[in-house]
Design a protein around this ligand. Structure first.
Ligand SMILES: Cc1cc2nc3c(=O)[nH]c(=O)nc-3n(C[C@H](O)[C@H](O)[C@H](O)COP(=O)(O)OP(=O)(O)OC[C@H]3O[C@@H](n4cnc5c(N)ncnc54)[C@H](O)[C@@H]3O)c2cc1C
Length: 615
């Protein structure tokens, strides 16, 4: 199953400036700042863009608090754009921290934010000093995830940074749901008076003065707790490195699937040198140009890290310093090669060589322990294969306008994936997981109201079909995909009476006309010529009055960062398509003989274009 056990609502991100209404201490360890003010309501920003009303439906909804950099005259933060924000990413004085909406009362028009009083940091120092009447800019939340569906119980664990989320969760806990909750605090007097609903056990753990992020209290308590029968969702948040063994244990000892594990690092312990009450001095370490050039130019560090992830180096350490021979035995690698790899990793601060010759991972190197990194860096995995294919095909793509994936891999990229069942399944599941974040919001767009039939194509047609049929009870959806993809989709999604499959190519005409064709994330995988052809075929598949709906990312040069342009390069090298900006989309639609009827921003800057055949 690819979908999360927690349904997610995505909404366009907003930024607004709020008034500090009250400042109180909930406990000696937690300061509460209550925010309110007219900008909580829907309004128009000073630059003319609409700002939707503040929303927070989920217990762990997060937002960014925008803070003044100590070296700046004024606060530098994002500005509102159309359904997204313009972040001044190049401004070294931009400073923000992530916090939870502890309480949201739309009637009173106020929200609480609880700050752990952990010492010096821009956010905690702000909370120590702020007084009612001051103002603060926030950004978000941009989505809300709800209590898990279809589970028998929930395991909840966190340190004091997770206490705001857990406190709200217990206050909003659905009647009858079962759960075990563990909360770690610094001292017994930091415990809070929280409701304990029927079916829930709450255990407080105290570090009794030990430094935060240095104990195994949460892990020990979870391991000792009775493991209840049935399907569980584990939600764990706190100091990043202390969560790694918990995540690993849930996965390997308890056999939980990815969807059952919701483990999030909320902060990272750093040994910082503070100068009295000032903020840490490494907020904006300036970069020397030559150093930056060399960092950008490096190939081998990134590759060596992927080799380390592929052989399972992090797991082989199993939290202890190890000799090269021990690591070679655990990973099945050749000692000579592994010795060289470790020596290199030590030179770039990923590993550390101890006086007795053993190695251990540094704090930086322990990033390799994260499941996300292990997945993304595995050289046989989908993500790395895509990056490798893109990187190797780039020269040809830049020189000739077409990548040469088949020269390196024996087939073009699409065929290469289609021919490998493991990669095909991984891609189908990955696309489905990603689409979950937007499919619901897309299905709610007015463009779909009143449609009786729709054909859907793209890398995650199942997610869109499921969301559309759920939102529109009379809509019949046909998924158009290659036969090999249909097999993978049918394994992933349960059969549905109003969802059919049609083996076919987007380049060919469809036999039965429909009210609308939805092309979701299709255009980036096509050259301009093929994209125009696909759009024309979609238009030819419509009943009179029908619409072509194009959903996907529109490259916005004002907010795009290096990762967006990297994706664009890889997409171009692999498919001859890539990202397109607004004007390029319009040109494509015109070339296909399609007239724009409407354009809607759907969460996170994605765009739904409604198009009609011209004339
Ligand atoms: C989704 C999400 C939701 C969060 N919600 C909350 C929330 O509601 N309330 C809350 O208090 N925090 C919350 N956090 C954690 C918070 O963002 C971090 O603790 C953040 O680092 C605090 O920023 P700062 O400016 O105070 O300190 P920073 O400048 O980030 O750090 C300064 C120093 O303090 C240390 N440090 C940071 N946080 C802690 C801590 N909690 N205990 C001990 N040392 C620390 C750092 O290691 C560093 O050495 C959340 C984080 C995430 C990702």
């Amino acid at each position: 199953m690819a979908q999360s056990l927690r349904s997610i609502e995505v909404f366009p991100i907003t930024t607004r400036t709020l008034d500090v209404l009250r400042v109180t201490d909930v406990t000696p360890g937690m300061r509460r700042v209550t925010l309110g003010g007219p900008e909580l309501a829907a309004h128009t920003a000073a630059n003319g863009f609409p700002v939707a009303a503040f929303r927070s439906d989920g217990f762990d909804d997060e937002f960014k608090l925008i803070l003044k950099h100590p070296d700046a005259e004024t606060t530098v933060g994002p500005t509102q754009a159309d359904g997204l924000l313009n972040w001044p990413r190049d401004d070294p004085h931009m400073l923000s921290r992530t916090y939870t909406v502890r309480r949201w009362d739309p009637v009173a028009g106020e929200l609480d934010v609880d700050f752990v009083k952990h010492g010096v940091g821009p956010a905690s120092s702000w909370a120590y000093r702020v007084r009612p009447g001051e103002r603060v800019q926030i950004a978000g939340p941009k989505s809300s995830s709800l209590h898990p569906d279809g589970v028998d119980w929930t395991l909840v664990a966190g340190d004091e940074t997770a206490l705001p989320a857990i406190g709200r969760w217990l206050e909003e806990w659905p009647a009858g749901a079962r759960g075990q909750v563990f909360i770690e605090v610094g001292r017994p007097e930091h415990r809070q008076d929280l409701p304990v609903p029927d079916g829930v056990t709450l255990t407080w753990l105290s570090r009794d003065g030990a430094a935060p992020g240095t104990t195994t209290l949460l892990f020990d308590a979870i391991r000792k707790a009775p493991w209840w029968e049935g399907t569980v969702l584990a939600w764990v948040a706190g100091e990043s490195l202390t969560l790694t063994p918990i995540r690993r244990w849930l996965k390997s000892e308890k056999g939980l699937t990815r969807e059952q594990i919701d483990v999030t690092g909320y902060w990272r312990r750093q040994v910082a040198v503070h100068d009295g009450d000032s903020v840490p001095s490494n907020l904006d370490a300036g970069e020397d140009e030559a150093k930056r050039f060399h960092e950008i130019a490096e190939i081998i560090p990134g590759f060596a890290l992927r080799v380390a992830a592929t052989i399972g180096l992090a797991a082989a350490f199993d939290d202890r310093p190890r000799t090269v021979a021990e690591l070679a035995a655990a990973t099945g690698a050749a000692p000579a090669g592994l010795g060289k790899l470790l020596r290199f990793l030590a030179s770039v601060d990923i590993a550390e060589r101890l006086d007795d010759g053993r190695y251990r991972l540094t704090g930086l190197g322990r990033e390799l322990e994260s499941d996300h990194i292990a997945d993304a860096f595995h050289l046989d995995g989908l993500y790395a294969q895509r990056e490798l294919g893109g990187a190797l095909s780039l020269l040809s793509a830049v020189r000739t306008g077409r990548g040469d994936h088949s020269r390196w891999f024996g087939a073009d990229y699409a065929q290469y994936i289609a021919d490998d069942p493991a990669l095909l399944t991984a891609r189908t599941e990955h696309e489905a997981r990603e689409a979950v974040y937007v499919a619901g919001a897309v299905a709610g767009a007015t463009a779909f109201a009143g449609l009786a039939t729709i054909a859907v194509a793209g890398p995650a047609p199942g997610s869109f079909a499921a969301a559309l049929t759920k939102t529109h009870p009379d809509l019949h959806t046909t998924i158009v995909a290659a036969p090999s993809e249909i097999d993978a989709l049918q394994r992933l999604y349960p059969a549905h009476a109003r969802i059919g499959y049609e083996a076919g190519s987007l380049l060919g005409a469809r036999p039965v006309p429909v009210d609308a064709v939805l092309l979701a994330d299709v255009l980036p995988t096509l050259t301009d010529t093929d994209a125009a052809h696909v759009l024309r075929q979609a238009a030819a598949s419509l009943k009179p009055g029908g619409r072509v709906l194009v959903f996907g990312d529109v490259l916005n040069p004002e907010v795009a960062d290096d990762h967006d342009y990297e994706e664009d390069l890889i997409g171009f090298a692999l498919h001859g398509g890539g990202a397109r900006d607004h004007d390029e989309h319009q040109a494509l639609f015109a070339a296909a003989g399609l007239r724009p009827v409407a354009r809607t921003t759907v969460g996170w800057g994605y765009t739904l274009h409604t198009l009609a055949p011209q004339g």
